[in-house]
Design a protein around this ligand. Sequence first.
Ligand code: ATP
Ligand code: ZN
Length: 224
Amino acid sequence: MQTQRLRIAIQKKGRLSKECQDLLKRCGVKFNMMGERLVVHSENMPIDLLLVRDDDIPGLIMDGVVDLGVIGENELEEVGLERIARGEPAEYTKLRRLDFGGCRLSIAIDKDAQYNGPQDLQGKRIATTYPQLVKRYMDEQGVEFSTCMLNGSVEVAPRAGLADAICDLVSTGATLEANGLKEAEVILRSKAVLIQRVGEFSADKQALIERLLTRMQGVIQAKE
Ligand code: ATP
Ligand code: ZN
């Protein structure tokens, strides 16, 4: 069901939400984030913001339910691979990479373990929230492994005896250190990106997207 208004999915609460809202505001989109609403209507532009879990954003774009979305590349690529594996549509257009949400997806092991390269991970069990990205990397390296799927507390899995290693998002490395782990391999460098659904857009929506992109370019350049 397509609407006249441009629908943009953004993370409701989390590491991307504040910067994402700030970016839209600097682009001149006025809105008032009050309460626990799912949809927030812009007061000055034909734009509706959809406030959701970040995990839902790639699917909303790939199913064509919303027009634009802001999402971390890690989540976007993981969901894309998962949907391809299930035979579901996984197409989208990347409009631009943004200047926030930077992190890396890394494999980490016991800080005292020897590490000379991916072959040292042969036969290991890796705890992760990103099984598809881990599989893609390990297949590329020709290294066999098994997974332990966890949606939280990934970094405690080795100490808890659930896994030999982990693959998780890292920004400073402090969480790894606190859990007696060290970074062994970076498998993805991620940032937040603005994505668009595939398919037709009305002339009005198309013009609005272009205006937003031009403003975004200005806003991001001004910060550099
Ligand atoms: P939600 O409740 O929306 O599912 P979440 O807990 O999955 O939230 P957040 O922790 O808010 O997600 O992270 C959202 C995104 O922020 C990550 O997917 C990643 O792209 C980015 N990010 C940037 N730095 C980090 C970091 N140090 N750790 C985790 N994510 C980070
Ligand atoms: Zn999430």
